[in-house]
Design a protein. Structure first.
Ligand SMILES: Nc1ncnc2c1ncn2[C@@H]1O[C@H](COP(=O)(O)OP(=O)(O)OP(=O)(O)O)[C@@H](O)[C@H]1O
Ligand SMILES: [Mg+2]
Length: 221
């Protein structure tokens, strides 16, 4: 089993969106659980809108202090959605203590950078965790945006990142209200980018997880 945290201490960068859509793309042949420990319960609301339709299991019923029990559950992948705040880091810390790999969404907005640096420096590097930055809400109509931000992550921040990225799209934004994740979208001109982007990122994540040693020591905590 691998536990993946989606984190970032800035609100609205796409943590919940990434958890739900990447989890859906990981389900082919694998058992996947999504855990919501965010008091905002956005993931829970989305799951409620989806009813029985979600292609993975979902729980909001785990106290952060008891997360280590998750490692005994019978799943291939457990994805944990975390709160986006700089202040109360107790929940984030509890999640990262049981995590194998961290996905850090980043939007192409300069003001998102300080929060990312802080999360990595204060919470991820000290734990020696594997992680990757995921560019989200990319607008390919903005000349040079993708390339500039990839360069900033590589050369400026010197952080590992996904080669794949997620474009801004209406179908992604509508997902929570429709109670849908990308694997449930009809493949149309309007949805094909979203389906492609999350499928690509999930495949890359799966490859990265295979290269990440299982955190067997953590299971004993
Ligand atoms: N690629 C995308 N294209 C369009 N809209 C997006 C995309 N990613 C996220 N959004 C929208 O941006 C908003 C914030 O996304 P989301 O709730 O996933 O962020 P979050 O990091 O979980 O926020 P919080 O820190 O408040 O938990 C939502 O309205 C969501 O639908
Ligand atoms: Mg959220």
């Amino acid at each position: 089993m691998k536990v993946i945290a989606i984190a970032g201490q800035k609100g609205g960068i796409g943590k919940t969106t990434t958890v739900m859509n990447v989890a859906a793309c990981l389900t082919r042949g694998r058992r996947v659980l999504v855990v919501d420990v965010d008091p905002q319960e956005s993931t829970t609301w989305w799951a409620e809108n989806a009813g029985e339709e979600l292609p993975f299991d979902f729980t909001a019923d785990v106290e952060p202090g008891k997360l280590s029990r998750i490692r005994n559950a019978d799943y291939d992948y457990v994805l944990i959605d975390t709160p986006g705040t700089l202040d109360n880091t107790d929940v984030l810390s509890a999640v990262l203590d049981v995590t194998d790999f961290v996905v850090l969404p980043l939007n192409p907005e300069p003001l998102a950078v300080p929060a990312l640096r802080r999360t990595v420096a204060h919470h991820i590097v000290p734990r020696g965790l594997d992680y990757r930055v995921l560019l989200n809400k990319i607008d390919r109509r903005v000349f040079g945006q993708l390339e500039d931000w990839q360069k900033l992550i590589d050369d400026g921040l010197k952080m590992p990142r996904f080669n794949g990225y997620v474009r801004a799209s209406k179908s992604i934004a509508d997902g929570p209200l429709d109670g849908k994740v990308v694997t449930q979208y009809n493949d149309t001109r309007a949805t094909q980018n979203a389906i492609f982007d999350f499928t690509t990122v999930a495949r890359e994540l799966q490859q990265a997880l295979e290269a990440t040693p299982a955190a067997t020591a953590k299971g004993a905590n």
